[in-house]
Design a protein around this ligand. Structure first.
Ligand code: ATP
Length: 576
């Protein structure tokens, strides 16, 4: 277990942590030492060999040991808490870094709940494990062994019987721990599913409200809550069939000692003082062993968190060979790209095209034809199964995801704004930007005026997801963010939602400013906005059907021409 803990901590932290655990163990040894002195004093008292000097020496040794204990304990436990908190903070950052570089496949709906569970509950369990469980269980183990040895020394017959009773508890404790661990694993899975449902519920609250699916009427969430309740009870009860006999066996050691000691005593083989001493030590042994057995079973549950954390820390990051990515130019080239999210469903089939620098490439096609997937591959949210994608001649699979993202601005219709001020939401595009840069970007993105009209202007705090702004406003804020980033590649998903004429005009203006002199790839939902695009690519079921300029495609009289005519007719029909 300690080897696994070591993999979750930095060498420096682990070294400090281990030294604090040793301090706690030292405390256990001094604790045993105090018990020992007490034992010698009692022996002298009951055998009548006590002298004033002896008692004084015992007292001095016990007081010294207690003072040393206090100092060691204070340093050990304080150090454990401080180091534990530091280990958890470092681990959180390390996990954040790992997660950032994972394939998007990791984040399917279930994994969001699982990941949230790991980053909150499992981290808390791990902290509990390293700061309380491991030192506690080691200390109890040392004390149990020490008291058992004292018993064997005091009365070998009774001591050996007590040791045998304790040894008989080992398989029981092992199976109790195993069952609790298995039930705990199941409870964790269900808790992760419940968290997924809660996240889904909170993100889609408007939809659920509109469909009258709130509260009891949201069956999936209710089912998860019920399952977790059942699983939590099952976990609590899982170890009982083994814990109960184990506790009985440990508890037996006291009456057994009493009975056997009394037999000796009545046969004259033991005096009253020895009888009392055996009972006192037996009582201490029973108490400490019971504490140890309980802690052991609990610890088995807490060790589950270690495997969960290791699974995240060891998750395969996206491979890369270069962290500095400064391409000579920003042509994006797809060469025979095949891609599937799932084994059984090919989403892109043999896709080849070039999106040239300073040009606009528009992707059109029916819903589900693969347009967004092309964008996801350019941003390296996923890697192609076959073929390759290059930017400026470099295969993007070689590039560190963060360095790649530094070259790309994404403006999607589904804009996510974080819970912070509008100012900070724009500044996210470039954390080094000055105040003046932020205002200039906001002006160019046509959002300065509406921001100023808000009660707190740029300091207005936006709710998570941007729910306090209109769709058009959110999109303009995201364009301001992208303008501030000033990346050479722009990936743009045009709004499908019908915006009012003013909003639409302003967004078009902002997009024009954003995209000038860049490599622009745009998913177009309305064909009239891309007539000037240098290249239009028509997708159908993951394949490229046609590609060329608007005029070239109109001349071909293929799918694009048909789509365009249908659009014009629909407009005329609406006007008529
Ligand atoms: N994360 C995902 N996991 C599994 N399948 C996915 C995922 N994202 C998209 N798909 C599937 O891949 C196919 C292509 O989807 P994609 O989003 O690329 O299409 P699109 O042309 O952008 O559609 P739209 O215009 O509706 O956004 C669809 O069948 C879709 O169901």
């Amino acid at each position: 277990m300690l080897k696994k803990v070591q993999r979750l901590t930095s060498p420096e932290s682990y070294r400090k942590y281990r030294s604090h655990v040793y301090q706690v163990l030292l405390d256990a040894i001094f604790h045993a030492f105090v018990y020992g002195m007490l034992f010698f004093a009692l022996v002298d008292l009951v055998t009548g060999t006590v002298t004033f000097e002896k008692l004084r020496n015992y007292t001095v040794i016990m007081v010294t040991a207690s003072v040393v204990r206090f100092m060691v304990l204070n340093k050990g436990y304080t150090g454990l808490q401080v180091e534990g908190a530091k280990i958890i903070a470092d681990l959180r950052i390390r996990m954040g870094d790992t997660v950032r570089n994972l394939h998007m496949g990791y984040f399917n709906q279930n994994n969001i709940g699982e990941l949230t569970n790991i980053m909150t509950n499992d981290l808390r369990d791990f902290e509990q494990l390293i700061t309380h469980m491991i030192p506690g269980i080691t200390k109890q183990a040392i004390l149990s062994v020490y008291l058992a040895l004292v018993m064997v020394y005091l009365n070998p017959r009774i001591g050996i019987i007590q040791v045998a009773l304790l040894l008989a508890c080992i398989p029981l404790g092992y199976y109790a721990g195993k069952r609790v661990k298995a039930a705990g694993r199941q409870a964790k899975t269900i808790r992760a599913q419940m968290l997924s449902r809660i996240i889904e519920y909170a993100s889609g609250i408007e939809v659920f409200k509109s469909c009258h699916m709130l509260g009891d009427r949201f069956p999936k969430m209710r089912r998860s809550v019920d399952e977790l309740k059942v699983e939590s009870i099952r976990m609590e009860l899982a170890g009982v069939p083994f814990i109960a006999p184990m506790q009985i066996l440990i508890g037996l050691s006291l009456p057994v000692a009493l009975y056997l000691a009394y037999l000796d005593f009545s046969a004259g083989g033991m005096d009253a003082q020895q009888l009392v001493m055996i009972l006192v030590v037996s009582l201490a042994l029973t108490t400490v062993s019971k504490g140890f057995s309980q802690l052991y079973v609990e610890t088995r549950y807490y060790t589950l968190s270690v495997d969960k954390l290791l699974a995240v820390v060891d998750a395969e990051p996206m491979p890369f060979t270069t962290t500095v990515f400064q391409p000579r130019h920003h042509d994006i080239v797809f060469e025979g790209v095949n891609f599937a999210y799932r084994e059984d469903q090919e989403v892109l089939k043999n896709i080849s095209f070039t999106a040239k620098r300073n040009e606009m490439t528009a992707l059109v096609g029916a819903s589900g034809s693969g347009k967004s997937t092309v964008m996801n591959l350019i941003a390296r949210f996923w890697d192609p199964r076959e073929g390759r994608i290059t930017i400026g001649g470099t295969d993007i699979r070689k590039v560190y995801p963060d360095s790649l993202m530094a070259q790309i601005s994404m403006v999607f219709q589904d804009v996510y704004l974080i819970r912070d001020t509008i100012y900070e939401n724009i500044r996210m595009g470039n954390p080094r930007a000055t105040e003046e840069d932020v205002y200039r970007a906001a002006r160019l993105a046509h959002c300065h005026t509406f921001i100023q009209a808000l009660p707190d202007g740029y300091n207005t705090v936006i709710h998570e997801g941007g729910s306090t702004l209109s769709g058009g406003e959110k999109q303009r804020v995201s364009i301001a963010r992208a303008l501030l980033k000033d990346a050479p590649i722009i990936l743009l998903d045009e709004a499908t939602a019908s915006l009012d004429a003013d909003n639409e005009f302003e967004i078009q203006q902002a997009i024009r400013t954003l995209t000038s002199n860049k490599t622009v790839v745009v998913i177009a939902h309305r064909l009239h906005t891309i007539q000037d695009a240098e290249q239009i690519i028509v997708f159908d079921e993951g394949e490229i059907l046609e590609k060329g300029s608007h005029d070239e495609l109109m001349k071909q009289q293929g799918t694009y021409e048909h789509m365009y005519r249908s659009m014009v007719q629909a407009k005329e029909w609406v006007i008529a």
